[in-house]
Design a binder for this molecule. Structure first.
Ligand code: FE
Length: 182
């Protein structure tokens, strides 16, 4: 009797351990860069006002360098530069939905480019006169992460080119006809 109980316990423990492994694995796969970021959400649109010190604590260094220090990834090196998956792109700092793949086009400029944002208030614009150029900076509408710049040499129907850094974008594919981000 005791031996049988003990065997059952072992089986239960084993099943529990395997379940824990599977659960942990799926969490890690679903949000590879956000395990330290309690503010990341694909549904909460509350604006975020965090200090740079807090952003530095929760973002991977390469994301922080672009999102908060307005860095730029090297041309033709970003993971989404020549990527044509069907789905949506989210802010890598906060999870805000930014672009649909339908608005992505092959700009050949070296960075992922879109002709329009997913929602009008999904992004913010700010004049940028750094490096002796007059440009329009594009920021995340929820957390004000620097995303890239806006140019007027894009294709129809808008003529816009949102020139973005892959490092501050997270792509999520559409699943079974459900459009990601909508
Ligand atoms: Fe954001």
């Amino acid at each position: 009797m005791i031996e049988s109980f003990s065997n059952n316990s072992r089986v239960l423990l084993g099943v529990g351990f395997i379940f824990l492994l599977i659960t942990t694995e799926s969490v890690i796969v679903a949000s590879p860069n956000h395990t330290l970021n309690p503010y990341y959400s694909r549904t909460d649109t509350t604006k975020l006002h965090l200090t740079d010190a807090e952003w530095k604590r929760i973002l991977p260094p390469e994301v922080y360098a672009i999102a908060r220090e307005k860095g730029t990834e090297r041309a033709f090196t970003g993971k989404y530069d020549e990527f044509d998956g069907t789905g949506a792109y989210y802010c890598a700092a906060c999870g805000n939905a930014l672009f649909r793949s339908d608005a992505k086009f092959a700009s050949s400029c070296g960075w992922p480019s879109f002709f329009e944002p997913l929602r009008k208030d999904g992004v913010l614009y700010r004049p940028d006169s750094s490096y002796g150029m007059n440009r329009t900076e594009v920021l995340c509408g929820r957390c004000e992460a620097h995303l890239g710049h806006l140019f007027d040499d894009g294709p129809p129907p808008t003529g816009h080119r949102f020139c973005m850094n892959s490092l501050v974008l997270d792509f999520e594919p559409d699943v079974q006809g459900k459009k990601s981000g909508e």
